[in-house]
Write a new protein. Structure first.
Length: 92
């Protein structure tokens, strides 16, 4: 029997990063583990199918048009003084 587990994924620093992760994974949070921005997600390992997960990442002060309707994941500080904001999905 497999149990739900928490997995970590690296998020590339670009406006619309794509992360390869199991379908149905539920993103829990975003953080910084040097040198990467990472997300943690709940995953049901039984019968997993790896899929592309489109995300949107913006720095403070950068345009964020169309992101208001997407689920917001969180904000992360990248030392020494950069702040990034992450959404689940991409604007239409």
């Amino acid at each position: 029997m497999s149990a739900t587990t928490i997995w970590k994924f690296v998020v590339p620093i670009e406006d619309q990063p794509t992360v390869m992760m199991p379908g149905g994974a539920r993103i829990l949070s975003v953080g910084y583990q040097e040198p990467d921005i990472v997300i943690w997600a709940l995953v049901e390992p039984k019968g997993i199918v790896i899929m592309e997960r489109p995300l949107s990442l913006r720095g403070t002060g950068h345009p964020a048009d169309g992101l208001g309707d997407l689920p917001f994941i969180g904000t992360v500080r990248v030392p020494p003084s950069m702040w990034f904001h992450l959404w689940d999905g991409v604007p239409a």
